[in-house]
Design a protein around this ligand. Structure first.
Ligand SMILES: Nc1ncnc2c1ncn2[C@@H]1O[C@H](COP(=O)(O)OP(=O)(O)O)[C@@H](O)[C@H]1O
Ligand SMILES: [Mg+2]
Length: 358
């Protein structure tokens, strides 16, 4: 029932879990040097970067390079739990602590004992949990829900955020004291468009990885495809690039990727199109014609069809966004609260992670 990135996450997801980090751009190399300097220290670390920039990968790298490298690395997405679950997930609970607590259970802090706990999207942690987290960091012990006995823990915390936490502090969504506690060692991962020297090396890397996985012969990019990739703004960063390569491999001919095989959508400019679209909504088209798909469904006499379709949209969008609620909201252009409520309703929250890297 919990979100954890399993050691075998690679088998659970479509995404390649990079074991090699591509850091070719001069900015990335500088960053890598900084990561390698910080890693052996025991300092709690905050990784800041847009979604898909490699925050989780960097967190794992930090862990591997630290003295804790052979101990557990536990990854938890703070935004993925219903608010009522966060506490027992993080800190564990005793039998009978709440309705449904039929057994006792260790929380993520205990699971990560000796190693590293990666708290992704820390900005999503509810305020009352932020207080508890701060206390755990100060006291170095957790108390399970329904218990009074503190359990000593030795965990290095690596947290990640794709929102500006300083703004969140000003807006009253994030506690200042926790902010300072986390802000000791920070790593800023620049978006891919600010490290263009990484684009083609990453593309080569994913081409090779995905060819191997798919059992294909080696494929390559045409010069025009390379140019298209270099000109793209990559709003979804490295994750978007990986998906683009994966998709291109499936559709390209003769193992050569042409620009048309790269399905790149510029979300930044789509903001402008949105205004224009107020008058004439754009026709939705894609590999599958939506209207024919609907017609096929209409013929099947499915009960609660409308609800079924709506649910499917939320579920698919959430998965497409690798379990990121904020991105899902942006993708569908609806508020994140609505996204969360709907996902909760359809039981998509608190499922074992299909998540990669969230
Ligand atoms: N430097 C890198 N080299 C190779 N692959 C990377 C690199 N950074 C990220 N990736 C890959 O890109 C994807 C997104 O990375 P992830 O760490 O999940 O991003 P974030 O947590 O910031 O959303 C993952 O599949 C990851 O393996
Ligand atoms: Mg992530």
């Amino acid at each position: 029932m919990s979100l954890i990135t399993h050691p075998n996450a690679r088998e659970l997801t479509k995404s390649v879990r990079a074991t090699v980090l591509v850091f070719k751009d001069p900015r990335s190399q500088e960053l890598l040097a900084r990561i390698e300097r910080l890693a052996p220290s025991e300092a709690n670390t905050l990784i800041i970067g847009e979604t898909g920039t490699g925050k989780e990968l960097v967190a794992r790298h930090i862990h591997n390079l630290s003295r804790r490298g052979r101990e557990p690395f536990v990854a938890v997405n703070c935004g993925a739990f219903a608010e009522t679950l966060v506490e027992s997930e993080l800190f564990g609970h005793e039998k009978g602590a709440f309705t449904g607590a039929t057994t006792h259970k260790a929380g993520w802090f205990e699971a990560a004992n000796g190693g590293t706990l990666f708290l992704d999207e820390i900005g999503d942690l509810p305020l009352n949990m932020q207080v508890k987290l701060l206390r755990v960091l100060q006291e170095r012990e957790v108390v399970r829900l329904g218990s009074r006995t503190p359990i000593p823990i030795n965990v290095r915390l690596v947290a990640a955020t794709n929102v500006n936490l300083a703004d969140a502090v000003v807006a009253g969504h994030f506690r200042e004291d926790l902010f300072y506690r986390l802000h000791v060692a920070t790593i800023r991962l620049p978006p891919l468009r600010e490290r263009p020297g990484d684009i083609l090396p990453l593309a080569e890397f994913f081409l090779e990885e995905h060819c191997q996985r798919l059992g294909y012969n080696r494929a390559s990019l045409s010069l025009e495809a390379e140019r298209k990739m270099l000109e793209h703004s990559w709003p979804g960063n490295i994750r978007e690039l990986e998906n683009a390569i994966h998709h291109a491999l499936l559709v390209c001919r003769n193992q050569r990727v042409q620009p048309a095989d790269l399905h790149l959508v510029d979300m930044r400019s789509s903001g402008i199109r949105q205004d224009e679209a107020n008058h004439a909504p754009p026709a939705i088209s894609g590999p599958v014609d939506l209207e024919s798909a609907l017609n096929a469904l209409f013929e099947q006499n499915i009960p609660d069809l409308y609800e079924h379709i709506e649910e499917t949209i939320f579920r698919a969008a959430y998965r497409y966004c690798h379990g990121n609620q904020l991105q899902t909201g942006r993708l569908l252009n609806i508020s994140r609260n609505i996204v969360r409520a709907r996902l909760e309703k359809i039981g998509e929250l608190g499922k074992p992670a299909l998540l990669d890297g969230q």
